[in-house]
Each structure stands twice: as C-alpha cells, then as structure tokens.
Design a protein around this ligand. Sequence first.
Ligand SMILES: Cc1cc2nc3c(=O)[nH]c(=O)nc-3n(C[C@H](O)[C@H](O)[C@H](O)COP(=O)(O)O)c2cc1C
Length: 386
Amino acid sequence: MTRTDVEPLFVPLSVRGLALPNRIVMAPMTRNFSPRGVPGDDVAAYYRRRAEGGCGLLITEGVGIDHPAALGDAGLGESHLPHLFGADALAGWKRVVDGVHAAGGKVIPQLWHQGVMREPGTGPFPDVPTLRPSGLWGPAGRTTSLGADYVERVIAPTRAMTESEIQDVIDAYAHSARHARDVGFDGIAVHGAHGYLIDTFLWDETNRRVDAWGGDRRARSRFAAEVVRSIRREVGDAMPIFFRFSQWKQQDFKARLANTPQELEDVLGPIADAGVDVFDGSVRYFDRAEFDGSPLNLSGWARKITGKLAMAIGGIGLDRGFYDSRRDGRAGGADNIELLMARFNRGEFDLVAVGRALLNEPAWTRLLRHGHELPAFDEAKLQVLH
Ligand SMILES: Cc1cc2nc3c(=O)[nH]c(=O)nc-3n(C[C@H](O)[C@H](O)[C@H](O)COP(=O)(O)O)c2cc1C
C-alpha cells in the first residue's frame, strides 16, 4: 500500500466534543500491570508511546468500575487489573491522561464489570458475592479457551441478582464515568461484550429473568441501555460513548445474540437510543460477512441499523485472529490493509481499531501512514509493557 491509499484513514473526525486527528484507535487490551488497581508510570509511558506513534484515540484496557464485585480472577490467573476509583488509582489515571494529551492523543477508559466471569473469593473485595443476572455462568461443554479447572469452579448455578444489586451496578457505572470525566478522559467506552456482566444480560443462555430485565431481545437490552443512560446523565452531551458488543462469549465462542439483521436491531436499538455514539462489534476478522446476503461485518451492520458511527476490529495488519494465533503460535504481519480500505471507502465503518499490532509496535500508525511493512506479532510482547 502506498501512502495515498491509506490517506482516508487520516481524515479527522469529530464525535460530539471529541476531535480525532485520524481514524486509528487502539483497541482495549488488558495488560495486568496495575498492582492494587493502580496504573503506575510504566502504564502511563506505555499509553503515551502509542499516542506519540500517531494513534488518534486510545481505548484503555478494561478498567474495573466503582463496584466491589467488578473485578477478580476471571479464569486468567492472579490479577493486577486497574480500577477507576480511589485517590491512588485516579491519580494514576490522571498521569496516563496527561501523558497522552501531551503527545497529542486522546484517551478513553473501557469501563468493565466482569460479572459472572469473576471467580468468587478473588479480587480487591474477595468477600462480596459474584453477580450473575440469573445465577448462571453459562452452559457447560461449549467451545472455550478457558481452563477446565476454572470452569469447574464457577459452573454451579448461584442466585440471581436482586433488583437493588442491579441498580447498584448501574449507579457504579455512573460514578466511574464521573471519575473518568474528572481526571480528564475524553469519552467513555463500555465493555458490553465477551460474556462479562452486560453481555450476560443480553445473552438468552445467561438471562432467564422473567422480570423487566429479561424476556425478548429488546427486554434483555434494558440493562445495557440503563447503564448507557446513567453514564450519559453523568458526562453530559460533550463526551462520546463507545459501546462494545459481540456475538461470541468466552463461555461459548459459537454463541450468537442475533441471527439476522432484524434480531440485531432488536438488540442494539434500545442501546443506541440510550445515547451511544459509536458501536464496536468485536469480531476476530474484520473482513468476514456477519449475515448471509451482504458483505457487511458486525460493525457495518450496527452502523446501518442504528445510524450511529461504527468501528471495525479484528486482525487488522495481521494474518491470524486473536484465538487462532494463540492456538497456532504466531500471527504474521499481513497486508490486509487493501481489504480494509475497500470496506472503509464504501462507508462500512468510520473508525478502525487495532489491537495486537499496536501492542506489538507503538509506532504502527506511523508505519502504516508511510507505507512501511507491518511487523508480525511477537507473543513475547504480551509479557512486557514496552
Ligand atoms: C492481550 C489482550 C488483552 C485484551 N483485553 C481486552 C479487554 O480488556 N477488553 C476488550 O474488550 N477486549 C480485549 N481484548 C480484545 C481486543 O480488544 C481485540 O478485540 C482483539 O485483540 C482483536 O483485535 P486484533 O486482531 O487487532 O488484536 C484483548 C486482546 C488482547 C490481545
């Protein structure tokens, strides 16, 4: 690809009060380098390097919201996951934000509640119960990369969330959004995907509620919509809200929230109406059609259905998706940028999220812009903050 071919990705875009210099976004990636929930100077330097490398917007790793059951071990071993409450963590995030801004970038936190995935007895508040919409972790025996020992420990049904527990979590999202605004973040990203709390309200296998929080697709979207509405109330009209969703769950890679565009409209409509600006449909390969009869990917459909902005994700600049490369051991650099540009130029999505390629190479955005070869993913980079 030459410089001219990718130039459309370097056309600025404003989303509410957020002026982005280009369309490249760093995807949220858990790094687990924040002891006691506090991001340190190493984390701030890590984000700042991506802004210096030309990336227009950084979405942070998942950050635990201001709720005691938000974080714990989630089948991934001992955690040093950051959170968004308390003087130390907020001071740490302010250093992250200031560093990114000094480098000319923008940054928004990904608000995260692990919900059913949190292993009871772990995390900063080990004594609080893990929250599950209907007491279900998910069905046993589906395709997952989670360890059998973890699944065995969490698979037994527990009690369903109470009405007041649901309201507490919604309020906690609002508190965290206020903290984010106070430390200078430029918007809010909501993690509504991958089988965590919000997603388990959306998924019929984990939401069997017969009250106003369960039922058909639109009813199951009510919790997500109320979370978005509470964040919007807190942050006002100027800050954009991004919403990540996915068909797949860590509990079941083959799960689907929607089998048709109409079903997807039922899922996303209430969430869009609540105040989302950008939908981020999490898939492993950006260039796969979501439904028969159209080449549109999941985010492309979200854009078409809701009229909101959309962000593509999945294997951009790499030849293997996230889980495929973990299984096969390697993701090579790939020139799939031509395929990406064809879709972008047709107006399928407005922003392009890049995960592992940006984790691997902080200056990836600049390499892309200047037509340099895009490097392969080095798995060793997962172990360090560089
Ligand atoms: C190390 C790592 C950590 C991740 N953590 C998160 C996370 O905290 N929240 C999230 O929504 N997605 C997370 N993801 C998924 C990425 O955001 C992205 O969707 C995925 O890596 C596919 O994009 P890629 O092919 O460009 O890497 C993570 C991915 C990686 C590689």
